[in-house]
Design a protein. Structure first.
Length: 187
């Protein structure tokens, strides 16, 4: 009498690497003053910014050509004045992972980003993309019925001013990581 053995093994799908990886805080010295504003009903976002948590209102926009879009992440100070403005633009109007590489907004073939600190309408300091860092935005979901987009990001900026910073407490380099946004978009 013979013994026959069969083995059935199901192939496991490949493990998908995250687009925007979770980061831990490594800088224990630098502190950045960040205000919180969490009661915006239309959309929100948040990110870790050098040992602080900052909250943003997320507003997206689709370009006239309908193939590219951008997002603005805006925070306010305790007096409800605009405090921070992050712009990420030129990514496709489809879910996916995008590497941010451009410091030139008009270069539509690359994803662009910049950062400004404000006091209301007055720009205090301007920052450009730190192209030596890993900078990514992931568009997780686009709800075309309710005009809502959702995603994650990790991005670094360096001071762009040719003059000394107006706010000496802001660092020369800003890293926003473990970022999340959800907000309305406009066409």
């Amino acid at each position: 009498m013979g013994l026959t053995c069969f083995s059935c093994q199901k192939e496991m799908p490949p493990i998908k690497e995250p687009c925007v990886e979770f980061e831990t805080i490594t800088d224990t010295v630098t502190k950045v003053l960040v205000y919180e504003k969490k009661d915006w009903p239309e959309g929100y976002g948040m990110a870790t910014k050098i040992n602080s948590l900052t909250w943003f209102k997320a507003v997206g926009f689709i370009y006239e050509n309908k193939s590219l879009m951008g997002i603005k992440l805006l925070s306010v100070d305790s007096d409800n004045n605009l405090a921070e403005d992050i712009s990420i633009s030129n990514f496709k109007v489809i879910s996916g992972c995008y590497v941010v590489t451009s410091t030139n907004l008009s270069e539509r073939t690359k994803v662009y980003a910049d950062y400004c600190s404000h006091y209301g309408d007055v720009v205090i300091d301007e920052y450009v993309l730190d192209t030596t860092a890993i900078n990514k935005i992931e568009l997780v979901q686009i709800d075309t019925i309710n005009k809502v987009l959702e995603g994650n990001f990790a991005i670094s900026f360096v001071n762009a001013n040719k003059r000394p910073k107006r706010n000496p407490f802001e660092p020369n380099k800003i890293r926003l990581f473990n970022g999340y946004f959800k907000g309305v978009y406009y066409e």
